[in-house]
Design a protein around this ligand. Structure first.
Ligand SMILES: Nc1nc2c([nH]c(=O)n2[C@@H]2O[C@H](COP(=O)(O)OP(=O)(O)OP(=O)(O)O)[C@@H](O)[C@H]2O)c(=O)[nH]1
Length: 140
């Protein structure tokens, strides 16, 4: 039975499409978190008084121990999870340094944009991948 939820939590989640030499970083969620072993773009939930950019820089430092530079935003996508709405806020980014240490993810992969669709992504990410491919096709 569906539960009627009069006030829905809206959670803003900036995330990074990190490009490096034509490849894109995909990160696999830990087996111990929600949506275990699904693939995602690294990032996380916005904290109070943070801008999207501040959240992204903080989350990427926490998750990958690396600094990034934001190149440009892509359209936001909304995923209804019943009791909350996840607003994914994607940014195309590049690395400012190259050594990474994973603290939350199971593993990462660097993939060509055409190979992204081969992974088992969290649901909201399919729109991001579509928008990213549209961006690339206009850029080429
Ligand atoms: N970072 C990130 N999160 C995503 C993506 N797609 C997507 O649905 N999400 C969801 O957005 C939320 C991000 O929160 P988080 O990174 O702090 O992860 P978490 O496991 O602590 O969150 P949760 O336990 O509340 O689900 C998660 O529920 C995650 O599943 C994505 O591409 N990147």
């Amino acid at each position: 039975m569906d539960t009627y939820c009069p006030i829905k939590l809206v959670v803003r989640v900036p995330c990074a499409i990190i490009e490096h030499e034509g490849l894109v970083l995909a990160a696999q969620r830990s087996a111990h978190l929600s949506f275990p072993l699904k693939w995602e773009f690294p990032g996380g939930k916005q904290e109070k008084n943070e801008t999207d950019e501040q959240t992204l820089y903080r989350e990427i430092r926490e998750e990958l121990d690396v600094d990034i530079e934001i190149i440009r935003p892509l359209p936001e996508t909304v995923k209804d999870q019943g009791w909350r709405e996840i607003v994914l806020v994607p940014f195309i980014c590049r690395l400012k340094s190259f050594e990474m240490t994973l603290s939350e993810h199971e593993k990462i992969l660097w993939l060509g944009p055409e190979a992204l669709t081969e992974l088992d992504w969290t649901e909201g990410d399919w729109d991001i991948i579509r928008h990213y491919n549209e961006y690339l096709s206009v850029k080429r």
